[in-house]
Design a protein around this ligand. Structure first.
Ligand code: PEP
Length: 255
């Protein structure tokens, strides 16, 4: 059994005031629903505050430098994240790939940096609408995932979570259908199976893209879905709590 994990991606949202009440409410959610793991990935500047004010919730960020330290103006390192008890890093979110030109190679280097420090990398993969409609979905996903499998050691991959996030579903209100999600998750797991059977049984593959209270039950019930990466709905403790409530233990199904 893999325990599901529900991760909030706050993106570049919030203020000290809004985060204060969000943390208080999220602590209540974590206390009430311990059947699933919970984490929030916050803007770097709020790390110290959130680290001090959440309980029973994992803490992470949305991006990290692929370098250790030095003349990299504007970057934040893994060791800085560790100073504030950060445990998770979202790597290769489609917004970083599209708006900040992150390549598959960058994503693999960052995932390696995060996991070799003992933290968890949430590696995002996902196709654009045109890649889906033109029939290159599997090729695109395989390419995005394989480079990570090839660059990381087995122990580093054990610290990796895969997030399937179809680009066309992010922030659009239009989630992928249950059959689309299960098909892709099973495909991603089969790629990991070809690489290492035991890893494939253990690795978490979570779904992100307009996941909300109204579709959480259906999507989180799917055999190969091990949780969710939540953008918009993670800014509301009520919605996030509703999603966490609907998380369940997942059985693995190797195809
Ligand atoms: C995301 O940005 O990772 C995401 C899933 O966003 P949303 O839930 O708003 O679609």
């Amino acid at each position: 059994m893999r325990k599901q994990i529900i991760i909030g991606n706050w993106k570049m949202n919030g203020s000290l005031l809004s985060i204060k009440s969000l943390c208080e409410l999220l602590n209540q959610v974590a206390r009430a629903h311990q059947h699933a793991d919970m984490a929030v990935c916050v803007p770097h500047v709020y790390l110290p505050y959130v680290a001090e004010n959440i309980k029973g919730i994992g803490l992470g960020v949305q991006n990290i430098s692929q370098y250790d330290n030095g003349a990299y103006t504007g970057e934040v390192s893994v060791s800085m994240l560790k100073d504030f008890n950060g445990e998770y890093v979202i790597v290769g979110h489609s917004e970083r790939r599209a708006l900040f030109a992150e390549t598959n190679q960058d994503v693999a280097l960052k995932a390696k940096k995060v996991t070799e420090a003992g933290l968890s990398a949430i590696v995002c993969v996902g196709e654009t609408l045109s890649e889906r409609t033109s029939g290159t979905l599997r090729e695109v996903l395989k390419h995005q995932l394989q480079i990570v499998l090839d660059k990381l050691t087995l122990n580093q991959l054990r610290k990796t979570i895969i997030a399937y996030e179809p680009v066309w579903a992010i922030g659009t209100g239009l989630a992928a259908t249950a059959s689309q999600v299960q098909e892709v998750h099973a495909y991603l797991r089969s790629i990991v199976t070809n690489f290492h059977v035991e890893l494939a049984q253990d690795i978490k593959i979570i779904y992100g893209g307009s996941l909300k209270p109204s579709n959480a039950n259906e999507l989180l019930s799917l055999a190969d879905v091990d949780g969710g990466l939540i953008g918009g709905a993670s800014l509301s403790a009520k919605d996030f709590g509703e999603i966490v409530k609907q998380a369940k233990p997942t059985k693995y199904s190797i195809n």
